[in-house]
Write a protein of this length. Structure first.
Length: 327
């Protein structure tokens, strides 16, 4: 199996989720990896991954930049020589770094016969201070980034509680699934999670107890030309769904009266988790968000919690993301 050395520049949006998303995605794609080094200050992870196709990087929501790692060096002349061995003919630009780094490294690469093109370069060079040896160098692999175009208020059917597309994508990736797997969102609302899952090749199923939400979800999925089976049903009865599931991924409505008739939120979530267990085989994952006001032991006989993350939304809501594995 071909091995690639990749440099990941993580987002600073959360202290833990960017790295967790990468590891979960690699696990879902069944790609073996080894961490070569990590620079916490610069939010850099360098990894050796066993794959011939790094397409998985376009699944990632909380990674800013990715590139083929070239090496580490102390001086810009040596860096330029390392880059020359990998650089394709044509123009280049320095894709990050201080003005000093851009000028000094750019000058050395220019000396080797490459032209500078800041608007449309053939290659973009990433250069990060290593903190110990010198600079970590990579040739950038462009990432597909259009999350802002799918923000809830830009969809045909808008609901103010709809989850942000980037967080929705992270939830999908935490489920450790791959293209062609089948996922269910039993509180689908207007489809935020289903949209992100379908865009990266998952087979998507959704249900909601509200007819209005079901219709809105269908409208939003069609807006992006995405196929999805959406039905009106109670999340407590998802065991009646015939489809085999590889994951359940959901962002429940935190007890709004129009959705949840049981005012005891802890009991509601506990019963939902029991319902979810009936649809997931051993080793499959339930990704579940909750308000931090809900106190519930999630290590039950059906599931083991393997990860938990906290996200501040606003002053009255902090989400906890729970990654549960069926046992």
């Amino acid at each position: 199996m071909l091995k690639m050395n990749l440099l990941f520049n993580l987002s600073g949006e959360h202290p833990l989720l960017p790295k967790a998303e990468i590891f979960a995605t690699l696990e879902g794609e069944d790609i073996a990896y080894t961490i070569s080094s990590e620079n916490i200050q610069e939010r850099i992870i360098i990894m050796e991954v066993e794959t011939e196709n790094p397409e998985f990087i376009n699944r990632l929501a909380m990674t800013k930049k990715v590139g083929e790692f070239i090496g580490t060096s102390k001086n810009f002349e040596e860096i330029a020589q390392k880059i020359q061995k990998k650089l394709i003919n044509g123009s280049f630009a320095i894709g990050n770094g201080s003005q000093s780094i851009r000028e000094n490294l750019g000058k050395e690469i220019w000396k080797l016969g490459y032209g500078v093109d800041l608007l449309n370069p053939k290659s973009s060079i990433l250069c990060f201070k290593d903190g110990k040896i010198g600079y970590d160098i990579a040739i950038e692999t462009p990432l597909k980034r259009d999350f802002n175009e799918r923000r809830p208020h830009k969809r045909p059917c808008f609901h103010p509680t709809s989850i942000d597309p980037k967080i929705a994508r992270v939830l999908v990736n935490l489920a450790r699934i791959k293209k062609g797997d089948t996922i269910l969102d039993p509180f689908c609302g207007t489809g935020g999670i289903l949209i992100e899952a379908a865009l990266i090749g998952m087979i998507t199923l959704g249900c909601d107890i509200s007819e209005e939400m079901v219709e809105g979800c269908i409208k939003n999925m069609r807006n992006y030309n995405l196929d999805c089976k959406i039905i009106k049903c109670d999340a407590m009865n998802i065991d009646r769904i015939d489809d085999e599931l590889d994951a359940i991924i959901t962002d429940p409505p935190y007890g709004r009266s129009s959705y949840i008739t049981d005012k005891n939120k802890e009991r509601f979530y506990s019963e939902f988790i029991t319902s979810a267990a009936k649809k997931l085989n051993t080793g499959k994952h339930l990704i579940l968000t909750m308000s931090d006001s809900i106190k519930l032991d999630l290590n039950k006989e059906e599931f083991k919690q393997i990860e938990e993350y906290t996200i501040y939304v606003h002053k009255s809501l902090t989400r906890r993301i729970h990654v549960l594995k069926r046992i």
